[in-house]
Ligand binder design. Sequence first.
Ligand SMILES: [Zn+2]
Length: 118
Amino acid sequence: MNHSGKCRHLHGHSVKASISIKSEQLNDQAMVCDFSDVKDCVESFINQVLDHNFLVHKDDPIIPALQANNERFLAIDEHPTAEVLSKMIYQYVKQQGFNVDQVVLWETASANACYRED
Ligand SMILES: [Zn+2]
């Protein structure tokens, strides 16, 4: 919404997310955590909330048309940018108990947004 470029039109992106977990010390297996634990955590969130879903700003005028056509969508408080999606993933991973350092979300091979909290 309110975008002046070609992204104002309805479209999707296949994004790639890179999630970094931090720790002061390694565990007794010499790891920060198991990669598969992070993957399992993030995969369920992505599959259930983000993948093949239509993310829209809660004030987007397209919403009534999506509802009328029984389309799957997720209305969020902010514009569904790479910045906001990386924050959503960050907050979910943190909520699941991981000491997340940052989430980088690649919208294209050359463009990414990074979310971290200090
Ligand atoms: Zn776009």
